[in-house]
Design a binder for this molecule. Structure first.
Ligand SMILES: Nc1ncnc2c1ncn2[C@@H]1O[C@H](COP(=O)(O)OP(=O)(O)O)[C@@H](O)[C@H]1O
Ligand SMILES: [Mg+2]
Length: 375
């Protein structure tokens, strides 16, 4: 029996549920030349939502390209990724006429080579000289979008994992900001995780993405919708999942879409026609033991004070992390030591701040921390 649950990579089709409000907002922006900024921690479903939005936009005759900056570590790679993503889609918009595409690309102030293979199309950009400014080239590449649109075919570009630009260099986000103002007819969608980086980019005075467009924050999928989805998916694969058990799975995984589906996936793999609370508990152990090596490796790389802070946070969210009691529990001399440890753990996305206080981000990692002696 095929498992009806899926985690770890974006979901499409009937593996995708809800997000109706966010989807409508995104699609409207993309068809009306409005920019948008989509924010959430990893695993909440940004890429899945973006893919769905692109699909809907295309159905409405919009022209939409989507790129992912996750693999980029230089301005040159950003330029090439953008050029490749745009060229790939433009081939369709130009009815496959490569010579037209080449004309568009010729406006880019760099040597451009187009390689068409069975895996698709790759654009390689060669700088004209050593002093070539990659921000000019990135701008030229994005300007191509303006010419590829038409009244009945609004153009949009989705840039996933946009927080990479902040990791590449300080000025790069500003290049995009300038273009946002210039490319009025084009809808740019900036999506990203690593909350602190996207926050830096989109909030506070002088932040490059401040007010560039509609801001959409993805929260967990609401419990009633997600549990209904789990039940229907289990049923479609001939397993029984009672509402109370679906709710338990949702709560154990804190409603984080990826983690809910991961737990449901492994619960489904347990023997029996019914998924019970006991099944879900066994699945949780299974998930944790499958990841135990990675958890141990990550944990070993941490400084002792960071490890001790984690040990304290696993016992539940802590609102006042800088209290005397915390300093005693973590065994550090001052609040600054906690601040430094917390910042590092936050950068590694191992802890996060919630309304209830600081806590360990992943329920699976938290479970491992609590019981690591057993693994
Ligand atoms: N709309 C959704 N419906 C059902 N599951 C989802 C949805 N969005 C995300 N998920 C779950 O989360 C996982 C990660 O989704 P993804 O889109 O890659 O997240 P992100 O891009 O935010 O890291 C998916 O594999 C799936 O298990
Ligand atoms: Mg993603």
């Amino acid at each position: 029996m095929t498992n009806p649950f899926h985690y770890g990579s974006p979901v499409t089709g009937d593996r995708f549920t809800d997000r109706a409000t966010e989807l409508r907002a995104l699609v409207t922006c993309m068809l009306k030349g409005q920019n948008a900024v989509l924010l959430s921690p990893r695993r909440y479903g940004k890429t899945s939502l973006l893919k769905r939005a692109v699909q809907d936009v295309r159905q409405a005759k919009g022209r939409s390209a989507m790129v992912n900056l996750i693999g980029c570590s230089s301005r040159r790679q950003v330029a090439q990724t953008l050029a490749t993503g745009i060229a790939h889609e433009a081939m369709g918009w130009l009815d496959g006429r490569t010579e037209l595409l080449r004309e568009h690309l010729a406006r880019v102030r760099a040597g451009v080579s187009l390689e068409v293979s069975h895996t698709g199309l790759t654009v390689t950009l060669t700088p004209a000289s050593a002093s070539t400014d990659w921000s000019d080239i990135i701008s030229d590449v994005l300007r191509i979008l303006v010419r590829l649109g038409a009244r009945s075919h609004p153009v949009s570009l989705v840039i996933d994992e946009f927080q990479r630009v902040a990791e590449i260099d300080d000025g790069l986000a500003g290049v995009f900001k300038t273009l946002v103002d210039e490319l009025e007819q084009v809808s740019l969608v900036f999506a990203g995780s690593k909350r602190h980086l996207m926050e830096e980019l989109s909030t506070g005075p002088g932040a490059p993405l401040l007010r560039v467009g509609t801001r959409i924050s993805l929260a967990p999928i609401p419990e009633d919708l997600m549990t209904r989805f789990l039940i229907a998916r289990a049923e479609s694969a001939k397993k029984e999942l009672a509402p109370a058990v679906a709710a338990a799975i949702y709560r154990i995984a804190r409603g984080i879409p990826n983690d809910v589906q991961q737990l449901a996936f492994w619960a489904f793999e347990e023997p029996g026609r019914r998924i019970t609370e006991a099944t879900a508990e066994r699945a949780l152990d299974r998930v944790v033991s499958l990841q135990a090596e990675d958890f141990a490796e990550n944990y070993d790389k941490l400084a002792p004070s960071q490890q001790r802070l984690l040990e304290v946070l696993v016992r539940g969210p802590v609102a006042d992390v800088y209290s005397r009691q915390m300093m005693a529990l973590v065994d550090v001399a001052n609040a600054n030591a906690i601040r430094v440890a917390l910042r590092r753990l936050g950068e590694l996305e191992l802890v996060e701040r919630t309304p209830a206080g600081w806590r360990v981000t992943s329920v699976f990692f938290e479970r491992w921390l609590l019981r690591k002696a057993e693994f």
